[in-house]
Design a protein around this ligand. Sequence first.
Ligand code: F6R
Length: 305
Amino acid sequence: MRIAIVRNGKELGERAFLEIKKVLLEKPDAVIGFATGATPLPLYEKMAEDHKKNGTSYKRVRAYNLDEYVGVDKGDKASFARFMRDNLFSKIDIDLANTDIPNGMAEDLNAECERYAEMVRANPADIQILGIGRNGHIAFNEPYTKPEEPTHIALLTADTRAANAGAFKDPSLVPTYALTMGINEILSAKRILLLATGESKAQAVYDMIMGRDDTSCPATALRKHPDVTVILDKEAASLLTFTEWENAAERRAAEASAAAAEEALVEEAAADEAADEEPVETAEETAEEEVPAEEIAETAAPAEE
Ligand code: F6R
């Protein structure tokens, strides 16, 4: 997990855009997984601005979104489908036929979840953009969701409904259910780009990186992924103390090296046993186990203001 800390939304958009650009340069027909919400807006603004200025093309890109409310029409201003069109797709040259989002108005919601899960399986994302909920959710995988659950109907927590009330005329109108990609489906992306801003996300960010490794904070699942970039503003990073980070990194490195040493001993014992049984063969040298590299925090220390 690489962590970059930036000073404000503008910097977050620019830094996040570098990750998208890298993918597009490697693969102009990349599959991009998008998130909605306030956090990725500076990135979408930067993508639109860059498209206008430099002509970066999304014509061959395939895009799909993480989630959608149940019972909200795609034309409704509060829908995530409309959010994507208004804030990004109408400002770049993406072909809307190459975009997908769960249909929260489907007559058979279970069948729609199956269709979506199948679509994601067939099109693993080259990069998946994520926000994080105040309760540590990713997409609408609320705390205690089983990671292996594929795209499903999620019951939104009161906190999530309150956090998302802004898009609705009245907080009571925030849907209770949403269709969401599952955690392991999210992890099937080749790269993950998680963005978080504001003090209200500081605890969730702390839990994601430093907290107990269980489903109480769904974002901890990202620790299993080999290519995650986290971009935070100072407020979202405010609970991460670097001493603590270093201690945790040291602890994990020590655990990894102890595990590697144990594995080497087992292999050595097995080799000795084999050598005893077949004395004709020369004893093989015990290969030195490479200690798995520990997660490295690439922290861009914020410049003095
Ligand atoms: C949105 C989504 C959610 C949001 C999260 C943060 O598609 O899946 O997980 O990323 O709720 O939302 P904001 O950015 O509005 O704070």
